[in-house]
Design a protein around this ligand. Structure first.
Ligand code: ATP
Length: 344
């Protein structure tokens, strides 16, 4: 087992800077997701690791050596793409065997390895089928088996679930995690779906403009975002324009309220960022009117226009709470600690 490290990697396409001083250490056996908006450089990071893109600067270290000068076909990487990239003229068994053929293994060894992979992805009974005879989820399981058959150092997954419908997507997501844990293979998973990243990963790396903004456990990225960008990108957020009065107090819509983060001094304009599930509808706090209440299954999302702030905030309540009707007058109370205070 080995990890993979990107050290100060830079990659541009013309004037577009896809990766800028990109640093990432993935430990052996770790499952990392790269999450970020479209165009932030996630796929480029994977392609650099796979050797499909050369880098302008920096190093990619696997097993203690810099692999950046090594061509893609001589790197030991397993990659699964968003599109089902199976060879249409080969059946499932031959697709999985494909990477092994170039590795000078005996027929018996290859056959045993393919059988093992078919069992791992639970497709033994589909071995003779062709891509057009398989569902999208099955095709991606074959692609996964093909990538794993060569015993890669690192598994690189580029949005492998995004073409699948919701149910298949979530079951294949669990399947990928099970297989990854069983094999203990170092994995980088690229996605722009935050729920996917949060639910599947040991750590989540949030990217913006070719850089890592934060890399941490899913809980920390969500509950302790390092930057306002991370706070806004991962999960929902409410923003309260306020005036910082001193280290521990802000004024918002005429009310003096405590804040937990005590950085800086002097009075200045700030935004207080608060998650919807941290706000409460109760008897004190800001006055407002219900705009809309949306049933989401286990929870209800309630939008409230606050009188003195002239903005709508979102509160998440358990669906066992009373149903709220548009126009109903309520009060929204501030939690004991905000998510983040941003200077503006
Ligand atoms: P998405 O979620 O949309 O797939 P991404 O985060 O994976 O986005 P990349 O595909 O890595 O982003 O692209 C990063 C930037 O580099 C984008 O601005 C993209 O347009 C640009 N880019 C990527 N590949 C090329 C290329 N071959 N030629 C020119 N520009 C490219």
């Amino acid at each position: 087992m080995t990890g993979i490290s990107f050290e100060q990697v830079a990659k541009s396409f013309g004037t577009t800077r896809a990766l800028v001083d990109f640093d990432l250490d993935v430990e052996a056996g770790e499952f990392i997701s790269l999450l970020g908006p479209s165009g932030c450089g996630k796929t480029t990071a994977l392609r650099v690791a796979a050797g499909f893109e050369s880098l302008d600067r920096g190093r990619v270290i696997v097993g203690g050596s810099d692999i950046s000068p090594i061509p893609a076909h001589r790197r030991n990487m397993g990659m699964v793409f968003q599109s089902y990239s199976l060879f249409p003229n080969l059946d499932v068994r031959a697709n999985i065997e494909f990477g092994l053929r170039t590795r000078r293994q005996s027929t018996t060894e290859r056959r045993a390895r393919v059988d093992e992979m078919l069992e791992l992805v639970q497709l033994t009974d589909q071995a003779g089928r062709f891509a057009h005879q398989l569902s999208g989820g099955q095709q991606q399981r074959v692609a996964l088996a093909r990538a794993l058959a060569i015993r890669p150092d690192v598994l690189l997954l580029d949005e492998p679930l995004s073409a699948l419908d919701a149910q298949v997507r979530s079951s294949l997501r669990d399947e990928i995690r099970r297989i990854q844990a069983e094999l203990g293979i170092t994995t980088i998973f690229v996605t722009h779906d935050q729920e996917e990243a949060l639910s599947i990963s040991d750590r989540v790396g949030v990217m913006s403009n070719g850089r890592l903004e934060q890399i941490d456990t899913p809980e920390s990225v969500y509950r302790r975002p390092a930057t306002p960008f991370v706070a806004r990108f991962v999960g929902r957020i409410n923003e309260f324009p306020s005036l910082r009065l001193d280290a521990r107090t802000v004024e918002c819509a005429g009310r003096r309220l405590p804040v937990a983060s005590s950085e800086g001094s002097g009075s200045r304009d700030v935004l207080i960022l608060i998650r919807p599930e941290d706000l409460r509808i109760d008897d004190h706090g800001f006055d407002g009117s219900i705009v809309r209440s949306t049933f989401m299954g286990p929870v209800r999302t309630v939008e409230i226009r606050l009188d003195r702030l002239d903005r709508i905030v979102e509160v998440v309540e358990p669906c066992s709470a009373d149903v709220r009707h548009p126009g109903e007058r309520v009060r929204v109370s501030w939690p004991s600690s905000e998510l983040l205070v941003e200077d503006v």
